[in-house]
Design a protein around this ligand. Structure first.
Ligand SMILES: [Zn+2]
Length: 198
């Protein structure tokens, strides 16, 4: 097994992968974790219990799977690491927007303890409002990668998520292509609703 200087000089850090739905966030997370196979580093991958689409694996839309630990709240990450006998270098979190507001504190604590934390999640909801968990993470992250999808209307790069075929105003409704699509700014319904700023 090759042992490379994967961690550089400053080891602990937070990396965030964000963007709209269908932008390849989980693929990017899996890609970064797969690279660890080439060096002497070990990871744990956590996903929230609320995400019922993939109960035991983080699954990207191209079908790649990595086994993940399903947890109900962010403090469970700390408990899990404490009880783990093997050395862990990287803590990965998928669908981070679904976690409680304590996630940012947990991630910063871990980064301060020299873990590499990689969190992937939606930055905005269907109304263009930030998921507060992601907002907190992004401002304290060393590295933020904002991915783009393709607008389902015009084919331009898309940074927004549109909710269709459902009337709920709840911020979190679990779903896939049946109720969500990626949109560019101009094709998102918000661009027609927004008033002149006062
Ligand atoms: Zn568009």
């Amino acid at each position: 097994m090759a042992k490379i200087n994967f961690f550089g000089v400053s080891r602990g850090r937070i990396e965030v992968i964000c963007g709209p739905m269908f932008s390849g966030k989980t693929e990017e997370l899996i890609h970064r974790l797969n690279r660890l196979d080439y060096c002497d580093a070990h990871y744990l991958l956590f996903t929230p219990k609320i995400d019922t689409r993939s109960p035991r694996y983080a699954t990207s839309r191209n079908g790649k799977k990595l086994s993940s630990i399903i947890i109900s709240n962010s403090n469970e990450i700390l408990k899990y690491i404490k009880n783990k006998k093997e050395k862990i270098d990287v803590i990965a979190i998928d669908e981070a927007q679904f976690f409680d507001k304590n996630l940012s504190r947990v991630c910063n604590y871990l980064a301060n303890k020299k873990y590499i934390v990689i969190a992937s999640g939606l930055d905005m909801d269907f109304n263009g409002k930030p998921f507060s968990t992601m907002k907190e993470l992004i401002i304290t992250a060393e590295k933020v990668t904002k991915l783009k999808a393709i607008c389902s209307i015009c084919g331009a790069e898309a940074s927004f998520t549109e909710r269709t075929n459902i009337n709920s105003k709840k911020q979190i409704v679990i779903g896939d292509k049946k109720i969500y699509s990626a949109r560019c700014r101009q094709c998102h319904s918000l661009s027609k609703k927004m008033d002149f700023p006062k």
